[in-house]
Design a protein around this ligand. Structure first.
Ligand code: NAD
Length: 469
């Protein structure tokens, strides 16, 4: 088991004179992260290619054993990993944050080990016997964002390894240390070159995605970058799973009980201080209960402390980086100018630190205001009043994104009728954003394509092959 200093020094040993990584809560320098050159990246991909046949040949039972051992290694180092994650990403240790994320890493490793993709007999009529089997794709390039850096890396790594692929993983340039530390823990049990980290900037990501030695790209990040990866896949024919931006709508039906749903609404919107792909980002509430829902949400907000993540009292943290802080501030300012009513928050909290912005509820806004139409990815929630559910459904479906959505009602059948009309990869009822390792997850429209998790997730990192005869 590594302690914090040991884990950090392992990561720093790779570092050379790389990028400085600062704690978003305090601005303090944590460490320098390594930055790969194009040559380093080529060499890493070559090593992963060379290792892949041997890894596949170990067989499925051994892959399962090693994924479970990797989960044990994560558990043994959980607190150390969580502290590093909290310092680098900003999310508190407590609440549904850093410890929760590290716990999800081992849970996903175990669940992936426990999921099996069986060959499928397609035709067996006495004359023809046709089976669909699944072979590894080869080398998977895993490219991740900065909001849930460890968990999303595991979502990409675990199924890929299970199916006999090797993985080259490119962490976000904002949160490389967390992923490097996690990979170093996983590599305590994995054979050499099966999982290779390639830290670096956007250019490393672009080169990885377009590299001829990559067979599959698992990408989670912005829609703009996703488009570039789609373009580059025309060159190397890499198969793609794209988990892109969201602008999830929630629709609260008139029969919902505001007090009963308020806490689930709050965490649906503000888990990880709103920096979550499938967070609730626009809330449509029936006119008859809109004021009560706003008041109930504001009351929950007063009970959720924000501050330095290492302080056990806190459950909300800073924005992870200056760029995201500016996006959120700008959208809130614009909503105020457009007549939005600031119910809580509405101005930065410099007394907490440079990147802190309090939970901000903005009521009395409409579609067409940027805070509603665009992804804020931070601690701000616009609340739109509606009087006719048809209007709310039209609004929910009226943006390009289609990752998640939710319907809130005391009547599950009524909620389901609305849910089936929403253009989103997942629609939750009376909750928002929860993911589960056995339940497929993916977006529609500009939120991307391909599924992660469960059996469908294993198919995404395999190549189907028909054996006929
Ligand atoms: P981003 O697209 O800026 O960066 C993501 C990763 O892509 C980084 O590692 C970056 O270095 C790399 N990259 C940059 N340019 C590249 C290129 N041309 N080719 C290949 N890789 C490149 O996204 P971000 O700001 O880190 O993340 C925030 C966004 O991610 C939000 O829109 C959010 O909704 C989305 N997101 C989606 C999910 C999901 O599951 N759908 C999950 C988390 C975040």
């Amino acid at each position: 088991m590594a302690d914090y200093a040991d884990l950090l020094s392992r990561v720093e040993a790779l570092a050379g004179s790389g990028r400085e990584i600062h704690d978003p809560a305090t601005g303090a320098l944590i460490a320098r992260a390594p930055e790969l050159s194009a040559d380093d990246l080529d060499a890493a991909i070559a090593r992963a290619r060379a290792a892949q046949p041997g890894w596949n040949a170990l067989g499925d039972d051994r892959h399962v054993e090693l994924l479970n051992s990797a989960a044990d290694a994560v558990d043994a180092n959980a607190e150390t990993l969580a502290r590093l994650l909290s310092r680098e990403q900003g999310k508190p240790l407590n609440g549904p944050n850093a410890r929760f994320e590290v716990g999800a890493c081992s849970a996903w490793l175990r669940a992936t080990a426990a999921t099996t993709l069986e060959p499928q007999v397609i035709v067996d009529d006495g004359q023809t016997h046709a089976e669909l089997i699944y072979r590894p794709v080869g080398v998977v390039g895993a490219i991740g964002p900065w909001n849930w850096p460890m968990m999303i890396a595991i979502w990409q790594i675990a199924p890929s390894l299970r199916m006999g692929n090797t993985v080259v993983v490119k962490p976000s340039e904002f949160t490389p240390l967390s992923v490097l530390a996690l990979v170093s823990v996983l590599n305590e049990v994995l054979p050499a070159d099966v999982l290779i980290p390639v830290p670096g900037g956007r250019e490393v990501g672009a080169r990885l995605a377009s590299h001829p030695g990559i067979d599959k790209v698992m990408f989670t990040g912005s829609t703009a970058t996703g488009r570039k990866i789609i373009e580059s896949s025309a060159g190397n024919f890499a198969r793609l799973t794209l988990e892109l931006g969201g602008n999830d709508a929630g629709i609260v039906l008139p029969d919902a009980d505001p007090a009963a749903i308020a806490e689930n609404l709050f965490w649906g919107a503000f888990i990880n201080t709103g920096q979550t792909c499938a967070a609730l980002k626009r809330l449509y509430v029936h006119d008859s209960i809109c004021d009560q829902v706003v008041d109930a949400l504001a009351e929950v907000a007063t009970r959720m402390p924000m501050g330095n993540g290492l302080d056990e009292a806190n459950v909300l943290g800073p924005l992870q980086n200056k760029k995201q802080f500016e996006i959120v501030s700008d959208l809130i300012e614009d909503a105020r100018k457009q007549g939005g009513r600031i119910v809580t928050g509405g101005a930065p909290a410099p007394e907490l630190g440079e990147l802190f912005y309090p939970i901000t509820l903005v009521a009395d806004v409409t579609d067409g205001v940027r805070l509603v139409d665009e992804e804020q990815f931070g601690p701000a929630l616009p609340i739109v009043r509606y009087s006719d559910v048809e209007e709310a459904i039209r609004s929910a479906n009226g943006v390009d994104a289609g990752l998640g959505a939710s319907v809130w009602s005391a009547d599950p059948a009524a909620a389901r009728t609305v849910a089936e009309r929403l253009e989103a990869g997942t629609v939750w009822i009376n909750s928002h954003g929860g993911v589960h390792p056995m339940i497929p997850f993916g977006g529609v429209k500009s939120s991307g394509y391909g599924l992660e998790f469960g059996v469908e997730g294993l198919k995404s990192v395999a190549v189907p092959q028909v054996i006929n005869g």
